[in-house]
Design a protein around this ligand. Structure first.
Ligand code: FES
Length: 106
């Protein structure tokens, strides 16, 4: 079991409700989402082809890929609609003051 290390990746003011941004942690591209004031993190690159989900469209709890329109559940990473079939990895998120921290395996 690898330990989770938390990295400060953004400020809470960087993204409004319903927005997503891409951050880089080590070599990983991770998307951070603001869903009704709560922050979530998943892999940013779609599991179908190469597209940044941070450029996609948030609808409620799901993110629609900007390339072919597949949807994932932001909170669980679950693939919801074709053409995506493979779930996204999700990461733990903590808020400390106005810092958003994402937990990735160390
Ligand atoms: Fe995301 Fe095709 S690249 S649905």
């Amino acid at each position: 079991m690898s330990d989770i290390e938390f990295h400060a990746v953004a400020k809470t003011g960087d993204l409004d409700d319903g927005e997503a941004i891409q951050v880089i942690v080590g070599k990983k591209e991770i998307a951070i989402y603001n869903v009704e004031g709560e922050f979530y993190a998943t892999d940013d690159i779609c599991t179908h082809a190469y597209a940044s989900l941070a450029d996609g469209y948030i609808e409620g709890d799901s993110i629609e890929c900007p390339l072919h329109g597949g949807c994932f559940d932001i909170k669980t990473g679950k693939a919801l609609t074709p053409p995506v079939t493979e779930d996204l990895k999700v990461y733990q998120v903590k808020v400390d003051g106005d810092d958003i921290l994402v937990g990735v395996p160390g």
